[in-house]
Design a binder for this molecule. Sequence first.
Ligand SMILES: Cc1cc2nc3c(=O)[nH]c(=O)nc-3n(C[C@H](O)[C@H](O)[C@H](O)COP(=O)(O)OP(=O)(O)OC[C@H]3O[C@@H](n4cnc5c(N)ncnc54)[C@H](O)[C@@H]3O)c2cc1C
Length: 464
Amino acid sequence: MASWIAELKEIVGSEDVITDPEQLLVYECDGLSIHKHLPSAVVFPESAEEVANVVKVLWRHRVPFLARGAGTGLSGGAVAVEGGVILELARMNRILEIDYENQLAVVEPGVINLMLTRAVADAGYFYAPDPSSQMACTLGGNVAENAGGPHCLKYGMTVHHILGLDVVLPDGEIVTLGGHGTDAIGYDLLGLFIGSEGTFGIATKITVRLTRRPQAVKTLLADFLSVEDASRAVSAIIAAGILPSALEMMDRATIEAVEASVYAAGLPTDAAAVLLIEVDGLAASVEYDAGRIFEICRANGARQILVARDEGERARLWAGRKGAFGALGRISPDLMVQDAVIPRSKLPEVLPEIYRIAARYGLRMANVFHAGDGNLHPNICFDGRNPDEVQRVKEACREIMELCVRVGGSLTGEHGVGLDKIAYMPLVFTEDDLEAMARVRAVFDPEGLCNPGKVLPVRRCRAF
Ligand SMILES: Cc1cc2nc3c(=O)[nH]c(=O)nc-3n(C[C@H](O)[C@H](O)[C@H](O)COP(=O)(O)OP(=O)(O)OC[C@H]3O[C@@H](n4cnc5c(N)ncnc54)[C@H](O)[C@@H]3O)c2cc1C
């Protein structure tokens, strides 16, 4: 047994350090099963001090490490390459403070996103960023990935809702970034940390903004006989100056999977695509906007437009949307959930091309995505046991990324670069850009021990 393992056991207790290969298998991948690496150990700290002490030991012994929340990441970010150690933060799941007067809460990183909204719901508040994985993903993981979600179109991404962080740096020092809502003086290190995909340190305490529930909400479902018509409706709604709180698209393959699953929401299985559109705010403006959306969808070829009659119907439609990835998981042993972003106006041009790419590689494609943001999720159903199919998935993904970049888009809307998109980084960044990023990273982590192998191509720097 390596001496540092004994040291870790002294910090957290021997029960809370896993080294048995069979148990480690659980941690060999995150939500994206195409990237698999076994960690050398998994540690379960229960406090910031334990995290700092564990990190100090690993830093001293030059052992790579990374934090893991719920492992729902879809870019291979929470996977330990180079035999690193995983710090599993699920036990740090306490809501430490709720302060309605200042509309904020202080939480540990392992708090599950939806649990925070549930904790403040009776007081009329919610936590706005709502990834479709919100029943499982943690706020620490959300900070690391700058997570988005359906309602980020109106409310903004995670970065717009984080006021402060306590962070264990890669050498074990604990620092505070940002604060309790007052503007911090100096460089925006808080903004820099959010979305750094766990490569700058480990967040151990998070101060989040709470948002007041809107007076009224209306949820509409519009169905279309072509994906292009649905795409044109998306652009037309935004061009009309309306800002829905959510504007999501599901194509026929997704609808069929949802309707065949426990998330069945009564979606029309003969439609080419549906738009799930939500508006919220003052009751009068919600009525007005919903009416205009109705007209715009009709003018762009919507066949039927359904308005959720009550909270039950609304919840059912959202369960269908948020359960869509899970439903797709029934179709094949593996699912490649891709994530790219394009200018919204390019949707009618890009979506048909994505289907063509999948067809050329003989792959089954389903699209479910945050259409209002131009944030695409082309999902490829495949069997990871078939090497030829895996290769075709990789080639199709590269073509999709090239296409998105060509029309002025980028590699990730919300899931991060992780391991998965490193190879595509040169599509959008020059050598100099990458070099500059590597230098920023080295300020936080000069030894390259914190979540190595992620975000930046390997040749950038000795450690990654
Ligand atoms: C069904 C499904 C739907 C999804 N929908 C969305 C969506 O709508 N929007 C969206 O943005 N994402 C979505 N995701 C992706 C994923 O849920 C998010 O990226 C989420 O933020 C990951 O949180 P996690 O706790 O699971 O993090 P993990 O997967 O455990 O980790 C993700 C990254 O964060 C780092 N990390 C974790 N905790 C910390 C910490 N405390 N400090 C520093 N780094 C840390 C890890 O090292 C890793 O690099 C979805 C995933 C699934 C499976």
